[in-house]
Ligand binder design. Sequence first.
Ligand SMILES: [Zn+2]
Length: 464
Amino acid sequence: MLVEMMFGAMAVTKLLLWVLQQLILNVRVVGDELDEDTRDRMQHRAEQLSREMAWLLQELEQQKSQELRSKEQNPVAWRALLFAALQHWQFWAIAGILLLLILGLCWCLRCEFVTDLVNTFILVAEQVSSDGSFPVLRPCFGIGCAHEGWSPYEEDIIYSLLVPLAPPSGHAFLPELCNPGETPERNFRIRVQLECTCATEQLGGGTLCFLHHDEEALRRNQGPSLLHSLCTGCYLDVGKTVRRFHQLVKACWVVLPHSHRWRLTMLACSRSCKFKVATAEEEITIEITLGVQQGDSDIFMSSQASEAIFTPSTTWTLSCAVAEAKFFELTARQAPDGSFHLRCLQLCARILVGTGFSSYTLKTVVMHLLNTTPLSGWHRTRFLLRLDDIMRYLCRCVEEKRLDHFFFGNEKIPQEIALPPALQRAQPFNLFQHLAQDPDAQAEAMREFMDMQDCLTRMLTYGH
Ligand SMILES: [Zn+2]
């Protein structure tokens, strides 16, 4: 029976391998629409995943031959039972990991497509809105779990991007704190100020100076300034900016090369731009957050809502999403082949679904651990040890009612990630503040943690 089960396992893994090969072929097909660099990156990632898969298959083969040898040497029933139990969890764990690898590759392929689509849109939008009535759009950043290569869900994934906004000609963006003295500094307003562009105008470039031409001349030659179209008072308004961006996506879609194959459906969303693109076979949901960069750093003041019940439309909230994506890219570059840090995160994220813990909590735990554990320690052979580390770390945080935000006042942030001085100097910020303030919430969190631990054991043993 055991041998039959192992042959069943081999059939499943061979099927998974076939799916992976189809996906690798797909890199070439989808790749026709992409530039050479992007295609090379995708191909490299596909090959890396293929190698990880080959190792796992090799391990299954070795287990199978070991089991056959032991059966020949020692046909005692209890020994076979012991092996059966052992093989059982190893099979499910390996089959589960193979599935995660395939999902990871699907996300990787789609993310490259999504980034390409949005960057092409940005190029077109620049031509349509170059009169100073809309911020200048910079190339987008992939953010969030799908871009980083993990997700709590297998379906209904939303591909998130951040599009940086820069002031157009004749304007300056001057960020201000919404509540001076607030710690940490997380809510901003962006004051828009007109600047004289007479000098560049005389050189024959750019738009008419908004400060020194009369309204009639400005109306005849160009649209209203951004200050008069997208602001409330003198502050850049999130709602107005997002609505205008939404209209731009709709208007530019028909000239994008992607519109030949894909159908666009705009979705309602007040603080970000959300839409679906679909063919007869597949559908991709994309969410674009707008953001103004803090100096030259990887931190943005974004259009996303704050945690407060009501976020005023002139409030732009601090976003570390680009810095987080950069941290995961950096980790992937530095980690040796066969690193399973994303698989650990993926597996733990799945057991969080439906609990009071957010996937951001788990991501923060894993970022702290990645930053303090040597990357060689995340090799696939130490997969279970690292899962254990993650669960212990989370347990300690619940007990101590304290989980520090990864970026606030953390002296161990890799120097490749640029943080604004205020964030470097900031006091650590406790993401578990609510547990510290409410003993009932802490007791509930501990109960949920125990359930999650049981769920993880079940998943590793039975695969569901
Ligand atoms: Zn002027």
